[in-house]
Write a protein that binds this ligand. Structure first.
Ligand code: GDP
Length: 189
């Protein structure tokens, strides 16, 4: 199982034909700075498919990528960073909310990326509960796992698993590619 092609299709801000052409969507969501862009780039093995930004929270739309000509990867704007005007933040919140919960569109899978080093924040748990309430098919990618020392690994993974409940957690590193195969398998099956 391999990702052999990835192409940016468009940014969407509302109802669009990529929601209606029958191809499944895999949505990727995470707070700004958890490494969402780096994770997507590592999955598709393209360094700059998604811009890795040193200014958190700059994505302003849902970026849609076509993978292997067979499914869409939807890169949702990072949430929970108070940059940009209040209006911008509200608009982003509404866009995510609409795409995930109000549009009636069913994603095949939602990948929630968290920072493995920091652990799940209140904001992460809040979004997780909302995804659960809407019966989404969820996996958690615990990114930046490379930052955790061997001695603390077990403890930190237990802490993460306790907080996220029954969902599959994939220890991941966009930097060192730990978990890459596991993650590709999850999104391709
Ligand atoms: P985004 O805002 O969630 O899209 O995050 P970015 O992909 O822009 O990454 C935010 C910062 O985290 C950057 O400085 C990245 O180099 C760093 N980063 C991302 N993934 C990893 C990882 O797996 N390990 C480490 N150590 N740093 C990472």
């Amino acid at each position: 199982m391999k990702i052999t092609s990835a192409k940016f299709i468009k940014g969407i801000v509302g109802r669009d034909k990529v929601l209606e052409d029958g191809l499944p969507h895999i949505a990727i969501i995470g707070r700004s700075n958890v490494g969402k862009s780096s994770t997507i780039n590592s999955l598709v093995k393209q360094k700059d498919l998604v811009r890795v930004s040193s200014f958190p929270g700059r994505t302003r739309q849902i970026n849609i990528f076509l993978i292997n000509k067979s499914f869409y990867l939807a890169d949702l704007p990072g949430y929970g960073f108070s940059v940009g005007s209040k209006d911008d933040q509200l608009r982003l919140h509404e866009l995510i909310n609409w795409y995930l919960f109000l549009s009636g569109f069913e994603q095949k899978l939602v990948v929630l990326i968290i920072d493995a080093f920091i652990g799940p924040t209140d904001k992460d748990v809040e979004i997780l509960r909302a995804l659960e309430e809407h019966n989404k098919n969820i996996i958690i990618a615990a990114n930046k796992i490379d930052k955790i020392k061997k001695s603390g690994y077990q403890n930190q993974m237990e802490k993460i698993r306790d907080m996220v409940g029954n969902h599959k957690v994939i220890p991941y590193s966009a930097k060192t590619k730990i978990g890459l195969e596991d993650m590709v398998k999850e999104i391709m099956t």
